[in-house]
Design a protein around this ligand. Structure first.
Ligand code: C2E
Ligand code: CA
Ligand code: CA
Length: 567
């Protein structure tokens, strides 16, 4: 059934017609073949039928097609077409968009086409096909990409392919970093816009044999039969590069980075559910390792991840039960001059529900990441001040040092909480020292200083922890206004053999004193080290195993307060 043709076939299209007529009987897809010189297009009859086009041969196809495209995708469609027409190096068109069919409904179409060049490199022909993706259970509603059900089907097909040919392959999941922040800062519509941008950008750089899927939330997926680790890494780097251009959202610049997780079949799983679970775990590991990277699944890493997930649940349970399982140990701090006890650092301990004492290095990062450090941090301040109040009856100027994570500093109500605690326990603010433990992620020093100055004005001291290690250095000293610098054990442990370390400690103490900052030397384990420090420098306080290890409240009282404090 031929409709009234608006145009006649150009010589070029006439040449292809025989082949085109055969092709259109082999597929349900819509086919097209365009002569780029004459702007004439030959389309398959199903397209004419479903979209009520005036004929199978059309002059200036876009005058019909353009207005039928959903306004949201019209821009990207036109841009892609213009690029194809003009550019000498964009040869591929890949776009998913909605078009109004003859019933007036929008249906999703995935269009893929390629440009053919003549011998001089002039684009002469544009051919391709469009697939309907309108079925609800196939297309992701936001991006129009194939959805998680299709992904599941795709993985199952890949596994079937493996069983038939023994060719394995890779599955790559990737999610947008900090996507939650986009949704929170702007709104879901802006979030959807970002997802569509990613779908479009990544879709257009992928080799044509790869299909991009969109799973739940902000997660995308690829199935890559026959891929090696290197192939996946190349694809991932390509994705990162394609997204490197900042986007402007609502007047703000947004940098989109992605974290990926890769599994190989059959090595990391022989069925869909296991592979998907492992790929998700690998992606989560990539995010925890600092984002903007791809993590290749390994069994050992996975086991560690499972442990940390269960630890997270256990920690949450402890916090919900009023911080049961947590306790504070106290390590004495002595005056460097006469070794008199002047205070203690409160160090957090946690016993898991199974009764295992877990190292702070293991559970504190999880508390920070889950922000459980905020309620636990309050419990710490409360507990430390309660104990301090008691011990000040024996050592009147006793000071307790409490470690502070950046998450806690950012918590707007922390200040009031500390003030309130000081009032409730009726201790002098001078009894409290807040130690800033890690400074690597502090972006806004002005903010931190403002918060800290509030404490300092009240008489609470601020200490900079772990001076000399990775992120706590002269640069931090320049940025942070503090009262005390704690020189890390790394600096001190080789002081007997290492002349450089010795000088470094000496001059750091001098530098600090010259600007009115007190110093505490950490990790002093041997008498010789203490003696040398006394000779070389004039630090204010010392904390180390030589003068006492972290102890429970009872043991601390027993060992360092002659058992006097017991109520
Ligand atoms: P930190 O703040 O540098 O605490 C000092 C750590 O050095 C403690 O380890 C302490 O036991 C250890 N130490 C003290 N003297 C010596 C010594 O002479 N030799 C050796 N080898 N080690 C010594 P701990 O208790 O395992 O704590 C580790 C880290 O966990 C702390 O390092 C701190 O960063 C973090 N942490 C502990 N409690 C808390 C807390 O309540 N809140 C926060 N945010 N972090 C905490
Ligand atoms: Ca500390
Ligand atoms: Ca320290």
């Amino acid at each position: 059934m031929q409709k009234n043709n608006r145009a006649s076939l150009s010589p070029l299209l006439r040449r292809y017609k025989f082949f085109f007529d055969l092709m259109k009987r082999t597929t349900d897809a819509y086919l097209f073949c365009a002569d780029m010189q004459t702007n004439t297009v030959m389309v398959s009859p199903n397209l004419v039928q479903d979209f009520d086009l005036p004929g199978e041969v059309l002059y200036d196809f876009d005058q019909y097609w353009g207005p039928m495209i959903h306004p949201e995708e019209r821009g990207p469609y036109m841009a892609s077409m213009r690029a194809i027409m003009k550019s000498r190096n964009v040869y591929e068109h890949f776009l998913e968009y909605r078009v109004k069919n003859r019933k007036g409904e929008y249906v999703w179409i995935r269009c893929r086409g390629r440009v053919g060049l003549d011998r001089e490199g002039v684009p002469i022909v544009f051919v391709g096909m469009m697939m309907r993706m309108a079925q609800r259970n196939q297309a992701d509603e936001v991006t129009g990409l194939l959805n998680k059900y299709q992904f599941e089907h795709g993985v199952k097909m890949a596994l079937a392919g493996y069983r038939a040919t023994e060719e394995g392959g890779a599955i790559l999941l990737f999610g947008l970093d900090n996507f939650k922040i986009v949704n929170e800062t702007y709104n879901r519509l802006v979030g959807d816009q970002v997802l569509r941008h990613v779908a479009h950008t990544v879709g257009s750089i992928l080799p044509s044999m790869l299909t991009l899927y969109k799973l739940d939330g902000d997660v995308f997926a690829l199935i890559y039969p026959g891929a090696s680790e290197e192939d996946v890494q190349d694809i991932f780097t390509g994705i990162q590069r394609s997204l490197a251009q900042p986007q402007i959202l609502d007047g703000h610049t947004y940098f989109c980075t992605v974290s990926g997780g890769t599994v190989f079949y059959p090595a990391n799983g022989k069925d869909y559910l296991v592979l998907h679970k492992h790929a998700e775990a690998a992606m989560d590991i990539a995010k925890r390792d600092g984002k903007n990277r791809n993590c290749i699944f390994s069994k050992e890493q996975y086991n560690r991840w499972v442990r940390s997930i269960s630890m997270r649940d256990n920690l949450r349970e402890s916090v919900e039960n009023g911080c049961t399982g947590f306790s504070l140990f106290f390590q004495p701090q002595v005056s460097a001059e006469d070794q008199c006890l002047i205070g203690a650092e409160a160090l957090l301990r946690w016993k898991s529900p199974k009764g295992r004492m877990v190292a702070p290095m293991e559970f504190i990062p999880i508390l920070e990441e889950t922000r459980l450090i905020i309620p636990v941090g309050r419990w710490i301040v409360e507990e430390a001040l309660r104990v301090c109040k008691k011990w000040r009856r024996i050592v009147p100027n006793f000071k307790v040092s409490v470690n502070l994570s950046y998450e806690q500093v950012k918590d707007a109500s922390f200040k009031d909480f500390v003030n309130d605690c000081i009032d409730r326990y009726d201790v002098s603010p001078e009894a409290l020292v807040l130690e800033l433990t890690e400074s690597k992620i502090i972006a806004d020093w002005n903010f931190v200083n403002r918060e800290f100055n509030h404490f300092r004005k009240k008489g609470i001291s601020i200490a900079m922890d772990d001076f000399g290690t990775g992120y706590s250095s002269l640069a931090t000293l320049k940025n942070l206004s503090c009262d005390i610098v704690k020189i890390d054990r790394e600096f001190v442990k080789n002081i007997l053999e290492n002349d450089f370390d010795r000088r470094l400690v000496k001059y750091t103490v001098e530098l600090c004193h010259s600007i009115g900052i007190r110093t505490c030397i950490e990790g002093v384990e041997e008498e010789e080290v203490y003696k040398l420090l006394r000779q070389e420098c004039n630090a204010d306080t010392i904390q180390g195993y030589l003068f006492g290890r972290p102890e429970s409240v009872e043991n601390f009282e027993e060992k360092f307060l002659d058992g006097k404090a017991g109520e």
